[in-house]
Design a protein. Sequence first.
Length: 191
Amino acid sequence: SVAMMQETIDFAVQMQIDWSYFSAAIPLIGSEMATQLMDQGILHNGNIVDIIDNTDRNVRRYDTPEISAADLNDLIYDANIKVNFLNNYNMLAGNYERAIDMFTTIVLRNYPFHVVGLACRAYCFLGLGDVEAAKRDVAQISNMVETHAESKRQYRRYGKEIDKLLKDVAPVHNRQSLGGMGIGSKSRKTS
């Protein structure tokens, strides 16, 4: 159920772990899950190959009465952001060097446009007193939100959390807030 999924996410936030991975359950042929989905008519000859061949564990391609595919995919993505970034244990515990290493190697090396990861790393750099590195990440956030579609999408979705996280970094960058940097004013719509 959705309530059980949320309970799992809340539990992961409370755990003192380095990183969590969230994915959608895959209905493998012959599994109880696949049988139940076939009995309910969710899996059928017209869609079973596309669903079973899906190798992206982060994306579910079918709806259930409990939750739509789109809503589950959003829940998985939000869980990742909530647990691994905004409530990252190492970041919040002041283990800034460890957090910086994880944000860099797990995320930013492969996804340099990941503005939530950049914001968390900037927060950690500031925690270490590395103002110049924090300023570089804040500048990169501003640039990416203006030039990269996924960065814009992330900022629209998590801009308030990013702004809150960087309330102490943005003044270092000679701005009042990230919203004052033009990031939120042009890119994030509140309507």
